[in-house]
Design a protein around this ligand. Structure first.
Ligand code: ZN
Length: 237
């Protein structure tokens, strides 16, 4: 079984299209939240994921766009994008976002956006934080996004430092992994990030793929998104 694992697409359609093209055919597609927010094309991204029968959980941006929840916690640029997205999406699209679960168990993996302690807001950036989520999981593995940086924490403590791309990592008996961000990477590499999980083999492969960043940036200017959000895409920050 081949599962495409995506997160933090952030309404970046060219990045999503590049990832889906690179991924090829999969048995399942999982999205760990923040499908909208920041980028120029939330409707088109939601439609494409729907077409691909993707399984989605809610991120903090998804909740804010759908319902206004947590809007006061966003910085000014992020809040401006949320408010624009709320005005662009149809009621049906906002309702679909509002109906997304905060956690979801599938193929012995619990999907969430931040962590199982705080599905919308916790940034898991340490083995200790990853272990705290795994202690709450009914599944062997946990998969999240939110940091926009790929990571793998195995419960046996064999932490993977710098992620290498295109090579399979064993997830061991229990692990917490993060595919990185499709639409707004923050690890200094502007290419779109995603992962391929194979539950039977017990492996995860991290991947990066380039996409036409300028196409997304032009679209963001047209839709009057904050300049800071446009510029950061070129630097992967
Ligand atoms: Zn995000």
């Amino acid at each position: 079984m081949k599962v495409g694992v995506l997160s933090d697409i952030h309404a970046n359609l060219p990045a999503l299209e590049a990832v889906l093209g690179d991924l090829g055919s999969v048995d399942a597609l999982w999205v760990c939240g923040d499908t909208v927010g920041y980028g120029p094309d939330p409707s088109e991204v939601l439609a494409l994921l729907n077409e691909r029968h993707a399984t989605l959980v809610a991120g903090n941006h998804d909740r804010a766009v759908a319902t206004g929840e947590g809007l006061e916690l966003f910085n000014e640029a992020a809040a401006t994008a949320v408010t624009l997205h709320r005005s662009w999406l149809t009621v049906a699209e906002r309702d679909a976002l509002a109906a997304l679960p905060r956690t979801l168990e599938t193929s012995d993996v619990t999907l969430c956006h931040g962590s199982l302690r705080d599905p919308l807001w916790e940034y898991v950036t340490s083995a200790r934080a990853a272990a705290a989520s795994l202690a709450l999981a009914k599944t062997s593995h946990c998969c999240a996004g939110h940091t926009h940086v790929p990571a793998l924490y195995r419960a046996d403590g064999t932490r993977t430092g710098q992620i290498g791309y295109g090579e399979p990592y064993s997830v061991g008996e229990r692990s917490f992994f993060n595919p990185g961000s499709v639409g707004q990477p923050r690890d200094g590499d502007p290419r779109a990030a995603y992962a391929v999980f194979d539950p039977a083999a017990g492996t995860v492969i991290f991947q990066r793929v380039g996409y036409p960043i300028e196409a997304t940036q032009r679209r963001m200017h047209v839709r009057r998104l904050p300049t800071m959000l446009v510029e950061r895409l070129a630097f992967g920050l």
